[in-house]
Unconditional design. Structure first.
Length: 279
């Protein structure tokens, strides 16, 4: 895993996103503490993380025979967007599909919005061409439009669907718009952490559901940042030694082995039935 410990709130986000949305979106505090105990997070740390997630509007208290929390309806679109990025865009973009361009100008009196725009565009996968001009593969256009609208930032931004025509070498330019070494370092960290896990699991005939859960939640928590740091640029624009392909293959392999047993473990702890819900 990462050199720095994963925050309990991030692990809880993963538990809600990967499992609880499929089980009605609610869990009792007692059951959540049991699940998080499997990840070496104690009760006080769980309650502290829950308090932060409540303040951020991600979770809402609700009693269903026991005290618990459910996902706020307002964050369901955020989790749905996350699913598309994490599971739906594992292949590089097609150069022929063009680009999404964001151009913004924010008055100095509202510079907090400028910072928020830069942060959010980076998180969406946009690279910075020059001041106020950002670029991403065209397939990110819809998510960018929805996210900027949801955050109340749309009045500051012009979004364009564009094609590159001339004049510089695009591959050279792209390498200055995105921080390729930083992205590759994140992929290398993931592969170093979970390559040995995959090797051990493939040598066995089965896996205990609790063990699957203990592997899968940190795995998914670490992975889910990467499709945002890496916009999935067309392969012909990437370095020859681009290590994302091997990392994606590793993630897909472990997801296929661990996701369903992990869900069964959550159900065994909570007794919650699977529902036909978004996500």
């Amino acid at each position: 895993m990462s050199d720095s410990p994963i925050r309990p709130s991030s692990l809880i986000n993963t538990v809600y996103g990967a499992f609880l949305r499929r089980l009605g979106g609610w869990i009792s505090i007692a059951d959540l503490i049991v699940l998080m105990g499997e990840l070496d997070v104690d009760g006080p740390a769980v309650r502290s993380a829950i308090s932060r997630l409540k303040k951020r509007g991600i979770l809402e208290p609700e009693r269903r025979g026991a005290n618990g929390y459910r996902l706020s309806p307002a964050v369901h679109p955020v989790f749905d967007e996350g699913d598309r990025r994490i599971f739906g865009s594992l292949e590089p973009a097609d150069l022929a599909d063009g680009w999404a361009m964001a151009v913004f100008s924010v008055p100095e009196s509202e510079r907090a919005h400028r910072y928020q725009l830069r942060t959010r565009l980076t998180w969406l996968g946009f690279g910075n061409i020059t001041s106020g001009v950002w670029l991403a593969p065209g397939r990110l256009l819809d998510d960018a439009r929805a996210t900027l609208d949801r955050l109340g930032l749309s009045e500051y931004v012009h979004l364009f669907a564009s094609q590159y025509v001339a004049f510089s070498d695009l591959r050279t330019s792209v390498s200055s718009w995105w921080d390729f070494p930083a992205i590759q370092a994140q992929y290398a960290e993931f592969t170093d952490a979970y390559g040995p896990v995959a090797a051990r699991l493939t040598a066995r005939s089965g896996i205990d559901t609790g063990e699957a859960f203990r592997h899968y939640v940190p795995l998914l928590t670490q992975w889910r940042r990467l499709p945002y740091l890496d916009p999935g640029l067309p392969g012909e624009l990437l370095p020859e030694d681009w290590n994302a392909v091997a990392a994606r293959r590793l993630f897909q392999q472990l997801h296929a082995v661990l996701a369903e047993p992990s869900l069964r473990y959550v159900q065994s702890v909570t007794g919650l039935p699977e529902e036909n819900v978004s996500g």
